[in-house]
Design a protein around this ligand. Structure first.
Ligand SMILES: Nc1ncnc2c1ncn2[C@@H]1O[C@H](COP(=O)(O)OP(=O)(O)OP(=O)(O)O)[C@@H](O)[C@H]1O
Length: 280
């Protein structure tokens, strides 16, 4: 067996005859901070849905620490040490920050201990608050948090479950520039003692915080490598350029890179602009 933490082999997912994932091989080593990118509909969320037990593949395998994930229930996979955030929020608004973290941490405690009122916070909750910097907001109801603070709480809730592999689906979507920077630093910090896979569209964010990147396109792995390798790969440029042209109605030509960078929307535009036209 190799030293890989996560090994996905020849994976395929079919929805009503449509191949959303088509023969994907995807390996993540322990300790990596891996970014997963690709245009809308590339299959990124479907891939992590298979890893976390939300979607059953039509074929292939997904193994975590050598153990098969396919066919297991979602909660079983969480207990194995795989945690994820979703694009939509899962915090309880009426509960305080610390209560949300405590609830997230609960799943590893025996049932009898949940019936007991505990004094203070557990080590897992304290560590999650310290890592995310939410200590000062511990007693605030989650409902009053800013968008960025709420995202950090969700990441904190994940850390409180002590997973070995974290899957984060677009953690900086909708964040301000300052919140993005804080989140980038938070991911870098978390990656020191966890393995992390981040789905992200924002090429600017990738340039600052990513090392290894996997690009998905139409359900297949298009390219894998460093940010620089991925950005300079003609296949990646074509995928993002093609998408941006479809959106902007700009014809391909020698100056298309610049036109795409400015004409496309925030998703394809940031990726296309950075991947195609901009320097570092
Ligand atoms: N439950 C489903 N039923 C039918 N088709 C689906 C289902 N889930 C996803 N798809 C399709 O599978 C393809 C891959 O979707 P997926 O959400 O994985 O893409 P993505 O790369 O995460 O895209 P985005 O960046 O827009 O979130 C898309 O064409 C999508 O419409």
């Amino acid at each position: 067996m190799s030293g890989a933490l996560l090994e996905v082999r020849d994976l395929s997912v079919v929805f009503d005859g449509f191949r959303a994932i088509d023969g994907v091989d995807f390996t993540v080593e322990s300790g990596e901070l891996r970014f997963l990118i690709g245009p809308n509909g590339a299959g990124k969320t479907t891939l992590i849905d298979v890893i976390t037990g939300l979607t059953r593949p039509a074929g292939g395998s997904a193994r975590f620490e050598g153990r098969d994930l396919v066919g297991r229930k979602e909660h079983e996979i969480v207990r194995m040490g795989v945690g994820r955030t979703f694009q939509t929020s899962v915090v309880f608004e009426q509960l305080t920050v610390v209560e949300n973290l405590d609830l997230a941490a609960c799943f590893r405690r025996p049932l009898w201990s949940l019936a007991r009122r505990r004094r203070g916070v557990s080590d897992a909750v304290a560590a999650a608050m310290a890592t995310t910097g939410l200590d000062a907001l511990a007693e605030r109801p989650a409902g009053v948090l800013s968008h960025g603070q709420r995202q950090w709480l969700e990441i904190g809730m994940l850390i409180a479950q002590r997973p070995r592999l974290l899957l984060l689906d677009e953690p900086v979507a909708g964040m301000s520039g300052e919140e993005r920077s804080r989140t980038g630093e938070l991911l870098t910090q978390i990656a020191k003692d966890h393995t992390v896979i981040v789905i992200e569209h924002d090429m600017d964010f990738l340039r600052r915080y990513a090392s290894q990147v996997t690009v998905l396109h139409e359900g297949k792995v298009l390219v894998e490598g460093s940010v620089d390798q991925v950005r300079s790969d003609p296949r990646v440029q074509e995928v993002y350029l093609g998408r941006a042209e479809e959106r902007s109605g700009v014809a391909a030509g020698p100056t298309a890179g610049t036109a795409v960078g400015s004409a496309a929307g925030p998703v394809a535009g940031s990726a296309a602009g950075s991947a195609v036209g901009e320097g570092k």
